[in-house]
Design a protein around this ligand. Structure first.
Ligand code: AMP
Ligand code: MG
Length: 419
């Protein structure tokens, strides 16, 4: 049996499986069953590697640094020569970054050395220039030095042959620098994940065009575009689709024939023009379509052939919350990464909380330190799922469990930073 069928057949065996009201954690786990990461690879130049996923374990081809070098401007010498009260050494040459001292040192000699310059073969110590007195060619050294001081050793960053990055590692700015420090100019990564997006709604107008009566601007496709760009997806933007059954059906089929994943917004609730869930059932399979959370209760997940489908709610805040809480990690897994559970911690909420028990809630918060240095969080005020400005003011989610009701200021809450 195919893995996908296996996953679908497993659904029925779960006694608490309710596609009509899925607890947040269960929904995350269910999605996991369906995620089979991309396998195709390509080799890209380092400049194009940002946000991509390593397709192999990376073994260091060399030692970094490739030679011992000085961490200071000063004098390279042999520690054994530092004898007596104020040892006097003879300066016999210089070592600059990129221009090593090639000569040999005799006893009692030293070499002027700059930060980043290779340590001459016979030396084991660098004395900072501030700790010597120079009298012509003679360098007079003060006391209190140690062998090995100010010397950066070959391979102390990365050793030749050592595994520095594992397959599935996401390439961030630091990894671009790290790969470059290993002399690597191109790298094997998984191909980009192709994600088709479209908005649904007769009320939607394109930014830049005048609004007619009853219209609003389509914002979801832009926040989605931004979130997908940050993940490094290959985005197929299909625009706004009318609340028309046939157009929606064609768009879904068209998207499924081209993309690995489809993400739509709107049309997943129970209004008369909300066709998405019904169409998904007709041309694909629905895994769930409601989550016990706020905002984001209507959230459809399913498959159309081998294409994953996420039908996000229409409300702009709900789009971002459901993307962050479900879609982002799912896409990362498909890209070949191993996303870690988002880090959360506790902070005292200094504003009262309004919440009805029954659903998990993701409120927008601003985390900061109070005058005593303690982490505190306050809500951004209006928590309506259409109030996108509350998301813009916030820097974190305040995650409130299903059972939580209204609370006075002072409650300890779970917080998840946006970045
Ligand atoms: P729906 O889920 O289609 O009923 O939409 C729920 C709410 O979100 C309605 O107020 C819609 O007008 C609004 N909405 C839907 N799609 C968008 C969009 N792309 N941009 C901004 N608001 C939207
Ligand atoms: Mg709609």
């Amino acid at each position: 049996m195919e893995l996908q069928q296996l996953a679908f057949s497993k659904l029925e065996t779960l006694d608490d499986y309710d596609p009509n009201s899925m607890p947040v954690e269960q929904a995350r786990q269910l999605i996991q069953h369906f995620l089979h990461p991309l396998e195709q690879q390509e080799t890209v130049p380092l400049h194009a590697a940002l946000h991509r996923t390593l397709a192999h374990d990376l073994l260091s081809p060399m030692n970094v640094p490739p030679h011992d070098y000085s961490a200071m401007d000063g004098y390279a010498l042999r520690f054994a020569d530092l004898t007596g009260e104020r040892p006097r050494l003879k300066r016999v040459g210089s070592s600059f970054a990129g221009h090593a001292f090639e000569g040999q040192l005799a006893a009692g000699e030293c070499v002027r050395i700059m930060t980043g310059a290779p340590i001459p073969h016979d030396c084991d110590c660098v004395v900072m220039q501030e700790h010597v007195q120079v009298e012509g060619d003679t360098v007079v050294v003060g006391g209190g030095h140690r062998p090995g001081q100010n010397v950066r050793l070959i391979g102390e960053d990365m050793k030749q042959g050592e595994t520095v990055l594992a397959r599935g590692h996401r390439i961030r700015p630091v990894e671009m620098g790290l790969l470059a420090s290993l002399g690597i100019s191109e790298i094997a990564v998984y191909r980009k994940l192709k994600v088709a997006i479209f908005s649904t709604g007769d009320e939607l107008q394109l930014p830049g065009k005048p609004l007619a009566a009853g219209q609003i601007y389509d914002s979801n496709r832009y926040s989605l575009f931004g979130m997908l760009s940050e993940l490094g997806a290959d985005i197929l933007d299909m625009g706004n689709i009318r609340d028309d059954r046939a157009s929606l059906r064609n768009s879904l089929l068209d998207a499924a024939s081209q993309a690995d994943v489809i993400i739509t917004s709107g049309g997943v609730s129970v209004g008369e023009a909300d066709y998405i869930k019904e169409l998904l059932a007709e041309i694909g399979e629905v895994v769930f379509w409601k989550i016990a959370m706020k905002p984001g209760r209507p959230l459809a997940y399913g498959k159309i052939g081998s294409c994953h489908f996420f039908g996000l709610p229409g409300n702009p805040v709900a789009v971002m919350v459901t993307f962050h809480q479900f879609v982002r990690d799912a896409l990362r897994r498909l890209m070949g990464q191993y996303p870690k559970t988002a880090l959360t911690f506790r902070a005292v909420c200094v504003t009262p909380i309004k919440k009805a028990p029954g659903r998990a809630e993701f409120q927008r918060g601003i985390l900061s330190r109070n005058d005593s240095g303690e982490l505190v969080v306050h809500t951004t005020g209006n928590q309506g799922s259409g109030v996108l400005s509350s998301m813009s003011k916030a820097n974190c989610y305040i995650i409130l469990p299903v059972s939580q009701g209204n609370a006075e200021a002072g409650l300890s809450v779970e917080v998840q930073l946006f970045d």
